[in-house]
Design a protein around this ligand. Structure first.
Ligand SMILES: NC(=O)c1ccc[n+]([C@@H]2O[C@H](COP(=O)([O-])OP(=O)(O)OC[C@H]3O[C@@H](n4cnc5c(N)ncnc54)[C@H](O)[C@@H]3O)[C@@H](O)[C@H]2O)c1
Length: 436
């Protein structure tokens, strides 16, 4: 009881030291937010390059300016690979990746390795919060026994919560502060501590009854997106066969003020969340003998999109008496969504690979990705091509994969011989624009 009150008091008074573990797309904005309101933050990461960039007051994420890092450092922010400093922190917030393995099953190794790295330095009076997206049961099945293996008793002298991140990089309408945050505790005391942990930095913290409810909340949000994108991708194919522009239809349907939420078709699912998270639930549901049919079906439809787009490229070139083999194709936009530099699971890369395999000479242009980065499963020795009239005109096909606002769409329309538009960016029909 005493431990809980002392920790809550420290959090309320902003005297608590916040440890953020994993300084990526989720951990870094959270760090900045805690610093903004006056907490001292220690950031932990296993990547020494990130630590040294932060030490120089610089950022490695495009939408986070160096000035925000410098302001955090002025507020006492330190980044380190030294986990022995975990004992200095009153709160430890884990923001590490939760990918799928080669069998498309959850790979929790980052979460479990990180937790194991914290264990030797945990002490009474700390709260551990997991933010990584994961299946229901992760916090109480994986984190709880580990934390209690140190002799601590969760709910009494240590506190455990799950609070999923809802970061939306590149979305100018919402910030870490204004996105409501769901929080579940392993015990009621844990939840109280969790509410205090986030209450000072997030405008609205939404309590739920358990860590499992919080875990499933995050998955429901992302499954809802994946399934609706699958639906609209299927509608796109039907509309195309009927000679109807799906984007016109979505725009019209979106004028209904209730009961309809617009989702947009695209060349495939991208990013760290939507193509991956639903399968965390699929895997866990098997343990309960439940088959998640909507998730599988949406996955099937969405993962067929790159081939659908390639067929459209082939058809467009064919109409010009050309083949993909030997054609020069320029992919526009290679990050997974518009206006960001994040390449994770980008469908553009899959399109580029498929075109290259079919014999196309592939280039790309992306104002957010000047050089094709090193990726685990993909390799292109390419730099972004400048978008002037002559360059655009020199390609047989321009494939609009990610519709960044920085592109000059009028110029592209004027200069290109053939445009395959996967994002519905071009509203007016034109003989040299194919919707895909
Ligand atoms: N990126 C998003 O928009 C977003 C949104 C909502 C939820 N999420 C979820 O948040 C989690 C983190 O995602 P992210 O996008 O920040 O990932 P990220 O890859 O950008 O960052 C993760 C960081 O963790 C570090 N790391 C890995 N293992 C570590 C360890 N053992 N100890 C300390 N640091 C370690 C990595 O070096 C990296 O800096 C994932 O579960 C993801 O699904 C991400």
């Amino acid at each position: 009881m005493q431990m809980k009150s002392t920790l809550i008091q420290k959090l309320d008074d902003k005297q608590a030291i916040i440890g953020i573990v994993g300084l990526g797309y989720v951990g870094l904005p959270l760090t900045i937010r805690y610093c903004e309101v006056g907490y001292k933050v220690i950031g932990f990461d296993i990547d020494p390059t990130k630590i040294s960039v932060l030490e120089q007051g610089k950022s490695y994420i495009e939408h986070i300016p160096g000035s925000a890092i410098q302001a955090a450092v002025a507020q006492g922010f330190e980044a380190t690979t030294d986990f022995s400093r975990v004992s200095e922190a009153d709160a430890l917030i884990i923001c590490v990746p939760t990918p799928l393995n080669q069998y498309r099953e959850p790979d929790l190794s980052f979460v479990t390795n990180t937790t194991d790295a914290l264990l030797p330095y945990l002490r009474p009076g700390q709260v551990v919060s997991l933010e990584s997206t994961t299946y229901p049961g992760t916090t109480d099945e994986e984190l709880l026994p580990r934390v209690e293996s140190t002799g601590l008793k969760v709910g009494e002298n240590a506190f455990l919560v799950y609070s999923p991140e809802r970061e939306d990089p590149g979305n100018a309408n919402f910030s870490t502060r204004t996105i409501p945050k769901v929080c579940g505790g392993f015990t009621p005391a844990c939840l109280e501590v969790g509410m205090a942990l986030y209450g000072q930095v997030i405008d609205r913290v939404v309590p739920v009854s358990s860590t499992r409810a919080a875990e499933l909340t995050k998955l429901l949000e992302n499954i809802h997106r994946a399934v609706n994108i699958g639906l609209v991708n299927e509608m796109k194919i039907v509309a195309d066969k009927m000679g109807i522009d799906i984007h016109e239809v979505i725009r019209a349907a979106a004028t209904k003020p209730f009961g309809f939420v617009p989702y947009y078709p695209g060349p495939g699912l991208g990013g760290h969340c939507i193509p991956i998270d639903p399968f965390y639930l699929t895997w866990k549901a098997r343990e309960y003998g439940v088959h998640t049919r909507f998730i599988e079906l949406a996955g099937e439809v969405n993962s067929a999109m790159p081939d659908y787009v390639i067929a459209k490229v082939g058809a467009g070139l064919n109409a010009l008496k050309k083949s993909i083999n030997g054609s020069r194709v320029l992919a526009l936009g290679i990050s997974y969504k518009k206006n960001v530099d994040d390449m994770r699971e980008s469908p553009s890369v899959m399109l580029m690979e498929k075109l290259r395999d079919l014999g196309a000479d592939v280039s790309y242009s992306d104002p957010h990705v000047p050089v094709f980065p090193k990726m685990r499963r993909h390799k292109f020795d390419l730099s972004s091509v400048p978008l002037d009239y002559e360059t655009i005109a020199s390609y047989d096909c321009v494939l609009l994969a990610t519709d960044h606002d920085k592109f000059d769409y009028e110029l592209i329309k004027k200069a290109a011989k053939l445009i395959v538009d996967t994002r519905g960016r071009y509203l007016q029909p034109s003989p040299h624009i194919i919707k895909a």
